[in-house]
Design a protein around this ligand. Sequence first.
Ligand code: GLY
Length: 423
Amino acid sequence: MSTHAPGHEDGPHTSDGPPPGGRYDALVIGGGVIGLVTAWRAAQRGLRTALVDPAPGGGAAWVAAGMLAAVTELHYGEQTLLGLNMASARRYPDFVAELEEAGGQDVGHRVCGTLAVAFDADDRAHLRELHTFQQGLGLESEWLTGRECRRLEPMLSPGVHGGLRVAGDHQVDPRRLTAALLIACERAGVAFHRDRAERLLLDGDRAAGVELTGGTRLAAERTVLAAGSLSGRLAGVPEDVLPPVRPVKGQVVRLSVPERYAPFLSRTVRAVVRGGPVYLVPRENSELVIGATSEELGWDTTVTAGGVYELLRDAHEVVPGITELPLVETSAGLRPGSPDNAPMLGPTALPGLLLATGHFRNGVLLTPITGDVMAEALTSGELPPEARPFTPQRFAAPSAAPSAAPSPGAPGAAHSPAQEQHT
Ligand code: GLY
C-alpha cells in the first residue's frame, strides 16, 4: 500500500539556462494542475514561460478524486463561485480534447453524471434543501426515490432514502490530467526548473522573478504564484500581497474493482451519512476512489486510522459491497482554502506578481478556466469579465498565513500532495 505520490522522474527535463535576452515573459511557481495549466496556456500564447517546482506533477491533484461537481458540491453563499465552476465545467469537453491531443494521452474524462443519496431522515431533509436551492438557481437536478436510486445503482444499500440525480456532474482522473499537462507543457516549450522557489525578487516596486534554493536567479516580466496551500509562504512577497490561503486536509482511500464485480458503480455516488459527506468515484480503469475528510490541522498530511475508518464506515453504509474490494492506497492532501472558498486569480497590488491559488475544493474542476483566465491576464494585464469577482485584491487585509510550513516546493513537500490544488 502506498501513502505517497510516486516521483515523476520521467517528466520533462530541467532547463537550466535563461531564455535569449535573459528574462522570461512568464514564470510560474508551482507545478500542480493550476501551475501547469497556467504555464501551458501562457506558452501557447507565445510567452517565453518557465515553471519552478522540485517535482512538477505532484500537489493536491495527486490525491484528489477528480469530481467535476459544480452542482452536487454547491454550498450556500457560493453562488458567485458557482458561476465560475459552471463556466469551467462547460469548457471541460473541449479542454480535454485539446489536452489529449497535445499531451498524447487519455485523461480519464468520464461523462457519467452523479447520484447524491441520503441515508437517514435528517440526511434526506438536508438533500431536499439542497435540491430546492439548486432548483432556485435553475440547475439541472432530479429528485429520485430510494428505489429509483437503486435501479440506477444496484449496489446501493436498502437504507438509502432517496437522492438527487445530477446528469451534468462528471469526473476526470487528476493523475492522468496532470501527466498530460506535463507533456503538453514540455511540447509547448515551457522550461522546467526542478528546484524550490526560495524568494521573490523585487526590482523597485515590481516583482522581477524568483531566486531558487541553489542560488540561481530567474528574471521574469511576470511571476505567477500558483503553489496551492503553500502560496502564502514565499519569502520576499510583501505582507499585504501574500495570499490568505490555508491548508485543509483531505484523506482519500483507493480501492480496485475486480473484473467479476464490474460494473460496481456506473457513476459518481455522493452521500450524506448521518451528517457526514462521503463520495465514491468509479473510474473506467477499475479504480474506486473514496473521499474525503476535511480537517483544519495545519500542514499535517498523516493518513490516520480514524480518517480511513470514517471514510470506509460511511461508504459502507451506502454501498455495503465495498468490503469485498481490495484496498490499494491511502493518501492525504491539502486543499488550498481561501477566506471565501473561491480562488484568487490575476494581478495583485504588486506589479508583475499574479496569483492562481486558493481553489480549495474545486482545483480540478477549475483547471480549464484558470488556464484561460491566467493566459489572458498574462498577455493583456486584464482579467476577463467572468474572473473579475476573483481578483486577489478583494482581500484588502489578508489574514496571517499559518506557521511552520515549508516554503513552496520545499524538499519536504516534494512528493507530498501539499503543493497544489485539490478537487
Ligand atoms: N471536491 C472534493 C473535495 O474537496 O473533497
